[in-house]
Design a protein. Structure first.
Length: 1123
């Protein structure tokens, strides 16, 4: 192969733009390579070709090596070496003469180049070593903003002759300092004399062979791809450390946009030897080319339009810029405060394998989300607006007046605002959340030559796309509505009703309608104007809708079914205007809702349920809510639509109105994507498009770039979300709301003997299943079966009768298919485990019944049975009477408690009255109903099915019954079947004359729910009232401040679920100290669940990723349960 052919195949300097981009996520250690690896380009072929043509031997090779040591290895081509050998190889001092000739020729080239560039000399020269042939695979880049000659003419013209922070009137180009990187490199070549401090250096970048252009260097070190060059001597001086080289290498591909200028900091006036430390400062500049304009003249990087694909090189460029901003520690500016920017690369490289740290990171970001929406200082500055007393009965608290001002502003209802509130306006064009604002460094050393204007003190950067702008990139956020996310119990319902009563209809639209009525019917232009008015006053494109389907006087409120009547009741309490009406739309009580809300008698408020909306969405109708455009839509418990794939979510998002509000105390439940449906409902462009949301929120979060995802979320929601908590303080330093104390205590109980026997048997089966899954590595495949095991263990802790029931109410097993549900029955314990070992025969029962009748005679209306333990005379009800074989009577609760105590102490169980031995299997009860003709009849009582928790609950209830008459009590459980058992057990043990029991769960319809809540709220000092409440049906939304006592019968995985339930009682309107008792069985799965709760409560509720991640975390919790 000839020299010409060989050279033709080699990469050229004009292919610099095709150089591959280093992927920043690849981390490499810092090592100095062996000498043979030090060559970036294999030049052996060239050397062999030269030798074969010349035929010389070792003397020529020594000449080459000596000359390369002086000039710099790889700095001179093989052709140049051969030419130097022919001219000076056999001359005395030929090496020195050859080196001087090389540098003189190079100096002439440099002077010629810099003179051509606007007649000015660049701060750091471009090193061009191409004499006859360009170097094989090396491109030498300058440290100044001037690009190498290898770049296109467009780039050269934009950067030629620019120094740091200078402006060229001829080229309209400039560069500005943004920060410096300080690094300690190492020398790879000795120097003949000291290099002066402050000397400008350059970077020589090599391009490895065999890597296609644009492909990241997945398996390459960067430290040997970037050489530090002494520009004055035009020879290699050293290399940068690996961590710095990985930042710099990809940036050298964008030298026309980002200029890097290295300087020598210190050398102690000594010559450098190989391996010495070299202290370097790299000044970084942004050039005007980075702030490019699109063809239409707008800033090219405002990202206001959805891109469905981003080029690979753009992503790598963004990563490079983000790494640079990390390295120079430049910080974004938010208002008057500066914060460190999120580092996606840093987080990715430093994510710990510790699950605890991973969870803490998620939680910290979640707290950051809430922190930015509830800045104490910003909330204090919110003005107050008081509703007109002529239309609103209730007195608002200060923070509710502030929220009313904020909501009225969001709807542009300035005429209703107080004077103070009117003075503060809302900017509808907030900065695009993908962008950050940065300050140009103010150091005088790097000041601009021309005088700075105020606007030039800042620049804007999109670190996710790597783009820059000198203009503020804005995005329109001025929708008519928002999210009121106050913590549970702060009265979001009252705030929303204050808004409705203050601004109950669209006044602007009313003016248009009135104007249209006064115009002649024959005036066609008026008709056209009338048909366009809806579009004028909504954020939606309603131009094709007729004006007669706009319900401009009606607000639609969508609520869970359990809150339907409560909202109606709250409206009646708050409204003082007789012209305003509130109606419930449920169960086809209104035949044509679409016509009704646009008619002359349209109500101010229509309340309906999510179920109704879903039902109408699923069928085609011309008379439903989807055929009307409402004035305002309010979603209560708005997180109900968090899953965008459900029919409920799709239905709600499809509804139309000119103003939209979401009320929720928990915008995020499990996943960050919970927020997307809320954003989509509000029509927050462009974030309401799923592709846009995934690109900037979901995908970064799944990749572990938590800072980037939460940073975008915070910026998107900050203008439209208002959140306050109970522990926040107002401008006077007082709590936002003063609530009475809340006492929550955990009462630990022990299994009875029979319960423990069943529990240990089922625990063994569950442990074997988990161990088998771990051993086979298919624990996730057996996920459903494991949940069933855990469910059964939890049910044993509540009541053994639950084992015979289908777990239709368990929140863990909501998604079980039919086949998995059948597995539940197969896991039931053998009946022999819970059946008594001995019992009384029927003949003996007949004999004992006859004896009992002889003792107590004929039944009388007045109960005379007395308990020998608690000395209660007249045990009520009769079903609570327990009888021993010796025919002495006791309260059932007293007797079973006594037997358990004796057994746990390993003491003999004797009758407390006559000291005769008694057996738990031989307890008797009275058969009901009692017939006066036949008299008393005894039956066996199976005490093995008694629940330890119910026994403990009964003790508390009897104490309350005796000490606090008229008390109202809430009993929570997540199992509806357990509520059934509780209703039966409490009715049989508590006097019907002194206790009233209500049950509220998902099986009740709307009327039954309203009736039960109404009766429970009525105060009755003659008896205590007990409400058995399902955690799922009544855990949110309900106002139960009439009660001050609560009992949690079973724990739930998330402490937030229990907190929400307790907040039904501990909220505004509560006058008493709230006391809550949580029953936990010792040495059981419940006790370990309590530890999981404590961990979550300490960290906060963790935001999880997708369903797979959620299951993996649950598996970790399962492993904790069986440790």
């Amino acid at each position: 192969m000839t020299q010409e052919q060989n050279a033709a195949e080699k990469p050229r300097f004009f292919r610099d733009e095709e150089e591959p981009i280093v992927h920043l996520q690849e981390s490499r250690p810092l090592f100095v390579q062996d000498e043979e690896d030090d060559e970036d380009v294999d030049r052996s072929g060239d050397r062999d070709a030269v030798q074969s043509s010349d035929g010389s031997g070792d003397s020529r090779e020594r000449f080459y090596e000596s000359l390369e040591d002086l000039i710099g290895k790889n700095a001179i081509s093989s052709t140049q070496l051969l030419s130097m050998w022919h001219s000076y190889g056999k001359v005395e001092n030929g090496i020195s003469i050859a080196a001087n000739e090389y540098f003189e020729k190079e100096e002439a080239l440099r002077v010629s180049k810099t003179t051509h560039n606007s007649g000015r000399t660049a701060d750091v020269e471009v090193i061009d070593l191409s004499d006859e042939e360009p170097d094989d695979d090396l491109s030498i880049l300058p440290s100044s903003s001037e690009p190498p000659a290898s770049l296109s003419n467009k780039r050269t013209s934009s950067q030629a002759g620019l120094s740091s922070n200078e402006y060229s009137a001829e080229t309209d180009q400039w560069s500005r300092f943004i920060g410096s990187i300080h690094a300690i490199g190492f020398t790879t070549r000795p120097t003949v004399k000291p290099v002066p401090v402050g000397s400008r250096l350059g970077f020589k970048k090599s391009v490895p062979k065999g890597v296609p252009a644009g492909k990241p260097l997945q398996s390459q070190h960067c430290s040997h791809l970037i050489r530090l060059v002494d520009v004055a001597q035009n020879r290699e001086l050293g290399r940068m450390p690996e961590e710095i080289a990985r930042i710099l290498y990809p940036l050298l591909n964008y030298s026309d946009e980002i200029s890097l200028q290295p300087f020598l900091l210190s050398n102690n006036d000594k010559r450098f030897s190989v391996g010495d430390d070299i202290y370097v400062r790299i000044d970084c500049y942004l050039t005007s080319r980075a702030f490019g304009k699109s063809d239409d003249g707008s800033v090219r990087n405002k990202a206001s339009v959805i891109n469905h694909a981003m080029e690979s090189h753009q992503l790598h460029r963004a990563e490079a810029i983000m790494a640079l901003f990390d390295a120079i520690n430049i910080k974004a500016v938010y208002g008057d405060t500066t914060y460190e920017i999120p580092s996606g690369t840093q987080q990715e490289n430093n994510v710990s394998s510790s699950q605890f740290q991973e969870e803490a990171l998620n939680v910290n970001q979640l707290k950051s989300f809430y922190r930015i929406t509830q800045s104490a200082e910003s909330l204090r500055k919110l003005p107050e607006t008081t509703p007109n007393e002529a239309i609103f009965k209730l007195d608002l608290r200060r923070y509710q007046k502030q929220s009313l001002s904020w909501m009225l502003k969001r709807e542009f209802e300035y005429e209703h605002l107080s004077k103070e509130a009117t003075e503060i306006s809302i900017d509808g064009n907030s900065m695009n959340p993908l962008w950050k604002k940065f300050s140009w460094p103010s150091s005088s050393k790097h000041a601009l030559v021309q005088e700075e204007e105020e606007d030039s003190k800042f620049f804007y950067a999109n670190l996710y796309t790597g783009e820059f702008s000198t203009e503020k990139p804005v995005i329109k956020t001025m929708i008519n509505g928002g999210i009121l996310a106050d913590e549970m119990g702060l009265g979001k319902t009252i705030s929303a009703l204050a808004l409705i009563c203050t601004a109950d209809y669209d006044k602007d639209y009313q003016k248009k309608v009135d104007k249209a009525k006064n115009v002649s019917v024959n005036n066609s232009s008026s008709k056209v104007d009338s048909s366009r008015t809806i579009q004028d006053f909504t954020q939606f494109n309603l131009s094709q809708q007729k004006h007669d389907n706009y319900a401009y006087k009606t607000t639609l409120i969508v609520v869970p079914m359990s809150l339907l009547n409560q909202w109606h009741s709250e409206f009646e309490k708050a409204n003082r205007d007789p012209k305003k009406r509130c109606e419930i739309y449920y169960g086809n009580n209104i035949k044509d809702i679409a016509a009704y809300v646009v008619g002359p008698n349209a109500p101010s408020v229509i309340i309906t349920t999510y179920g109704v909306i879903q039902s109408e969405y699923s069928r085609t109708t011309t008379s439903g809510v989807f055929n009307a455009i409402f004035f305002r839509i309010i979603l209560d418990e708005g997180h109900t639509i968090r899953n965008r794939s459900t029919r409920t979510s799709k239905a709600v998002i499809a509804m139309r109105s000119s103003r939209k509000w979401i009320l929720t105390g928990t915008p995020i439940i499990n996943r960050l994507d919970d927020l997307f449906s809320l954003v989509q409902f509000l029509n927050l462009e462009p974030w309401s498009h799923i592709n846009y949301w995934k690109r900037y929120v979901s995908i970064p979060f799944e990749k572990g770039q938590y800072g980037q995802a939460f940073d975008v979320i915070n910026a998107v929601l900050e203008p439209v979300l208002l959140r306050r908590t109970k522990n926040m303080k107002d401008v006077d330093g007082k709590p936002l709301v003063s609530l009475p104390p809340k006492e929550v205590c955990v009462e630990k109980l022990q299994f009875s003997t029979s319960e423990n026997r069943v529990y240990q048997s089922m625990l063994k089966d569950a442990e074997n299943s988990v161990k088998e899954g771990l051993a086979k590595g298919d624990l996730l495949r057996n996920y459903t079966n494991i949940l069933v095991h855990i469910l059964r263990l939890r049910q044993v802790c509540c009541h053994l009768d639950l084992l015979q029931k289908k777990p239709e109410d368990d929140l863990d097993l909501e998604d079980l298919d039919g086949k998995s549900s059948q597995n539940v029955s197969a896991m039931l314990p053998a009946r022999s485990l819970i059946s008594p070992k001995n019992s009384i025969s029927q003949d003996k029962l007949n004999t004992l019944s006859a004896t009992f009748r002889e003792i107590h005679g004929t039944p009388t209306p007045v109960n005379t049975f007395e308990c020998a333990i608690c000395t209660t005379e007249g045990i009520e009800p009769l079903s609570a009477v327990s009888i021993t074989e010796c025919l002495h009577t006791f309260c059932e609760l007293c007797l079973t408690e006594y037997i358990d105590f004796q057994q746990k102490k390993n003491l003999p169980v004797n009758c407390p009255y006559c000291r005769e031995p008694i057996s738990e299997a031989c307890i008797l009860k009275l058969k009901e109903p009692i017939e006066p003709k036949t008299g008393y009849e005894l039956i066996s009582f199976d005490s093995h099915f008694q629940s330890t928790k119910i026994k403990a609950l009964l003790i508390h209830l009897k104490q309350i019954q005796e000490t606090i008459p008229g008390e109202q009590i809430i009993i929570f459980s997540q199992f509806s079947s357990f509520l059934d058992i509780l209703q039966s057990e409490l009715s049989s043990h508590l006097s019907r004359n002194q206790v009233v029991i209500y049950k509220f769960d998902g099986r009740l319809d709307m009327r039954e729910r309203a009736k039960i809540l109404e009766r429970f709220h009525e105060k009755d000092l003659s008896c205590i009232k007990i409400l058995l409440l399902s955690l799922k049906a009544g855990g949110v939304g309900l106002n139960l401040t009439c009660a001050s006592r609560a009992f949690m019968m079973d724990p739930w995985w998330s402490p937030g679920m229990e907190d929400q339930a307790i907040d039904r009682i501990h909220r505004i309107g509560q006058q008493k100290t709230v006391k809550v008792v949580r029953f936990i069985i010792e040495n059981s799965v419940e006790e370990k669940m309590l530890k999981i709760q404590e961990k979550k409560r300490m960290l906060g509720d963790v935001v999880e990723g997708d369903e797979a991640e959620k299951r993996h975390k649950r598996i970790e919790e399962i492993q904790m349960l069986f440790q």
